[in-house]
Design a protein around this ligand. Structure first.
Ligand SMILES: C[S@@+](CC[C@H](N)C(=O)[O-])C[C@H]1O[C@@H](n2cnc3c(N)ncnc32)[C@H](O)[C@@H]1O
Length: 258
């Protein structure tokens, strides 16, 4: 991997370094397109929200670190949380606010919220974008009240993850080209250790898109691409399912010690 891999954002005219946050501005129109460049984030948001139980008290707070355009919001509907999103990217936060998220523009390594304010902290597809990810983990744990829940998903720091999530996925419409810098992928054991240091015993499980659903989705999307002007394809999005290995994509769930 070159030091700064010049990689074009899939739809933007600029050529930006890998993991450059300006890619999210260039792709701002993609967030809420169900079959767009961020489609897989929708599938992952649904799977992440499934880890979040209904709020156990009135006025419960869920802090969504790296909330992007708020894709988690529809999946939290009816669970009873105030949903606060923290992100660096203004163009994404504007969209998140439009979906009912109370937004804060800030770095997840220095969140301007009080210790122990959150019943749930979510960090979906975030840590692999943060060079100082242990600081983001420390912040996530600091924000949790005792008994509060941390949920996250990220990419493992393995050769298989680099192959699948960068070399293969970036050739498919599931992952925008250049969005990941594989040097930032998050070693699963180091993540568990870091959470433990901050009072959260994180349990991990591997996840992946369900293969049949993914193939159907890719075919449907390819057919639509061959028919310019056709209406956007519709159909069930691929489901994210558990898998035995955490070597590529994994979820974490853990409760903050009292
Ligand atoms: C892959 S997107 C995931 C967005 C959202 N969690 C989701 O799953 O739809 C990563 C998000 O993290 C944000 N991000 C990356 N580094 C960040 C940082 N240090 N502080 C705050 N936000 C950051 C980006 O702006 C982007 O919106």
């Amino acid at each position: 991997m070159r030091d700064v891999a010049a990689a074009a954002a899939s739809t933007g005219p600029r050529v930006l370094p890998r993991n450059d946050p300006r890619q999210y501005d260039d792709l701002a129109g993609e967030w809420w397109r169900p079959d767009g460049a961020f489609a897989m984030l929708h599938w992952l948001a649904e799977a992440r929200a499934a880890l979040v139980p209904p709020a156990s008290r009135p006025d419960a707070l869920l802090v969504d670190l790296g909330c992007g355009a708020g894709l988690l919001a529809p999946h939290l509907a009816g669970k009873g949380y105030r949903h606060v999103g923290v992100d660096l990217t203004r163009s994404a936060l504007v969209q998140a606010a439009g979906h009912g998220v109370r937004v804060i523009q800030a770095d997840v390594t220095a969140v301007p919220l009080a210790d122990g304010c959150a019943d749930v902290v979510s960090a979906g597809e975030l840590l692999e974008h943060v060079p100082a990810w242990p600081r983001a983990v420390a912040e996530a744990c600091r924000l949790l009240r005792p008994g509060g829940l941390l949920v996250l998903d990220t990419l493992n720091d393995t050769a298989l993850a680099r192959l699948v999530a960068v070399r293969i996925a970036e050739r498919l419409p599931t992952v925008p080209r250049g969005i990941h810098d594989p040097r930032l992928f998050v070693d699963a054991r180091a993540l568990v250790a870091e959470c433990a240091r901050h009072g959260v015993e994180l349990r991990l499980r591997g996840i992946r898109p369900q293969v049949g659903g993914l193939v159907t989705w890719l075919l449907r999307r390819a057919r639509a691409a061959r028919t310019p002007g056709a209406a956007s394809p519709t159909g069930r999005a691929p489901r994210i399912v558990p898998t035995r290995s955490t070597a590529v994509l994994y979820q974490g769930r853990g409760v903050r010690n009292g």
